[in-house]
Design a protein. Structure first.
Length: 201
């Protein structure tokens, strides 16, 4: 009887885990991360598909601009950097880069074409906020909000962590939510692109 009870608990735990896994931020289960399907083909290193699904789900997040240092700090430790590192370590010659990372251009978070679209639907603003406590942070955001759409590119630098976002929703362009951890050099390139985009449209 005791063995049966333990088995029942394990089954219930498994069902609960599956339901939690299916409740991903974008409402799509990992199996529906179709951007990773290219990794199922013959000749691609084993394990890359699973890491791709896990990474793409990990960077799926709420479609909201982070407005405070506290919110950034809470979001600064997801598993996505570890998953991306595991993917890159497992890659062999001929394997594709992580499909849901934008590697194009000096700023890897967005393409120049994506950045050029911001401001074409009604206006764009650039915010530069510096926060100083016992450490400093710079926050650059170039975005437009209105008429039921959100469109922004932004960078954060805080606690020696660098992060970039690109978001397009309801703009008539492809819907994209992209969040990526950056090196300091990549962060500086992204930040400069935002400044150039605002000052030299």
């Amino acid at each position: 009887m005791r063995k049966l009870t333990i088995l029942g608990i394990l089954v219930l735990a498994l069902v609960f885990a599956v339901n939690v896994l299916a409740s991903t931020p974008d409402g799509m289960t990992p199996a529906e991360e179709t951007v990773c399907d290219q990794l199922k083909t013959d000749g691609i290193s084993k394990g890359l598909y699973g890491l791709c699904v896990a990474y793409c789900e990990a960077i799926d997040g709420p479609a909201e601009i982070i407005e405070s240092v506290e919110d950034f700090d809470k979001s600064a430790e997801p598993p996505s950097p570890i998953l991306l590192a595991l993917y890159q370590n497992k890659m062999r010659a001929g394997d594709p880069q992580m499909p849901c990372v934008n590697y194009v251009g000096s700023c890897p978070v967005w393409t120049q074409e994506e950045l050029n679209r911001i401001g074409t639907l009604g206006g764009t603003t650039l915010e530069d906020i510096e926060v100083i406590y016992t450490w400093g942070a710079e926050y650059f955001k170039d975005n437009e909000n209105g008429n039921g759409f959100k469109h922004y590119a932004q960078t954060w630098a805080i606690h020696d962590k660098f992060i970039g976002y690109y978001f397009s929703d309801g703009t008539g362009f492809p819907n994209v939510y992209r969040k990526q951890y950056l090196t300091e050099a990549e962060y500086n390139a992204c930040k400069q692109q935002l400044i150039n985009h605002k000052t030299q449209p």
